[in-house]
Design a protein around this ligand. Sequence first.
Ligand code: NAD
Length: 479
Amino acid sequence: MTIKNFINGKFENPIHNHWIDNYCPANGEIYGKIPNASKEDVEKAYEAAEAAFPSWSETTLDERSRILIKISELLESNLQRFAEAESKDNGKPTSVAKTVDIPRAASNFRFFGNAITQFASESHESVGQQAMNYTLRQPIGVVGCISPWNLPLYLFTWKIAPAIAAGNCVVAKPSEVTPMTAYLLGEICNEAGLPKGVLNIVHGLGTTAGQAIIEHPNIKAISFTGGTATGAHIARIASPMFKKLSLELGGKNPNIIFDDCDYDEMLKTTVRSSFANQGQICLCGSRIFVEASIYEKFKIDFIAKVKQLKVGHPSDETTDIGALVSKQHLEKVLGYIEIAKHENGKVLCGGHQVTVEGFENGYYLQPAVIEVTTDECRVSQEEIFGPVVTIMPFNSEDEVIDMANKVKYGLSATLWTNNLKRSMKMSNKLKVGIVWVNTWMLRDLRTPFGGVKASGVGREGGFEALRFFTEAKNVCIKY
Ligand code: NAD
């Protein structure tokens, strides 16, 4: 299967004919090739976007909305095909792609198709000065969207949908590790009648295609989701060019469990928040802190449940845990299991490779629970981004808040308690962008989404995203 760049509504080979292999994580085989787009390809994509901008930015909100909603409907009617493609490319269970990734990609287009019709700006009367101010929210022009491999189409469209809804034209790059559904999206955009050049998709390595986007002098805003080191690099390049930046970066999120919680609900959700999508979600609660009074009970029950998780081929409907995304990533995660052992962490279960019959070269790992004696060890501080969690007990609210905040990241936190005062007090004190109390990853697309500290800058979601993708211009009229 050969993937192509999508430029000006057409599928095109890379100008310099450079290609990268595309691997299937479930069996370790190469099953296709993707362009490694160059600066020249990105320039071509930019020119198409620039040419489309005057007309798209003047297109009525009703018409933009109609097209976005049409894209959403087409994704829904192609659910099975997209889910299978996502699963093959990423290694995630097809059931997850079918119930989470692709439905959410469709919701992203529907949500922003509706949101743009409700987006409003402010007016301020300068009382006593006989002047009226009104604020225009104008599209920026050509913007860049760069996304990671863990939730490929879900995160790709989370950026593209608000960008085009707000009247911008886009040069976008999905992760080179999972390019397939972004490629398929091009077809759908044409079918939905999105004018050519409004969305251009280039494929390839971060260091070539991605770098060309962030360095482009006329791509005026970059919305990026990915690793913290890459985010820092992008900021170094883009900030001196005064580009607008939204950076959604890594996480190492605490999951704090008090003894007054609804135990069964907590246990069930904690298995999910630890290992959903093979633990490869930036929001996974990979640092589990349990109140000492229920620690031993939790340990026994949690391990029993984690051992029941079935590691298997992504297309097998009984599979809970599919393949990790790549060989390099599997090796990185295995490396952390070794680090844990050297740091006196106790691997309570999992942490070893699994051979799935018939798919012996796939990247499978048994989910790992590591008991640690200090939250300051590397496995409890560094983002592993795989099916690995640490657990340790705590004795007081102050102690656990301190441990939860003593990490360089600040994306999300989960709290399990039925004590209202405590949940509100702790939510105030946690240094993160998102707190879930007695639930996990319950998303309302209107809410602000993003992190603090090394988890990034800026917020996505709802009107926050539309504000990011527009420039405010104040007009002051003296009367
Ligand atoms: P990554 O940073 O390696 O890559 C992300 C994207 O950036 C890819 O498309 C890549 O090609 C591109 N890229 C790499 N170098 C670049 C450069 N020099 N210039 C421009 N683009 C470049 O991240 P990844 O390994 O794909 O994804 C995993 C990371 O993403 C984890 O750290 C995870 O926490 C994070 N993540 C964060 C969120 C969030 O919302 N905060 C969501 C999902 C994933």
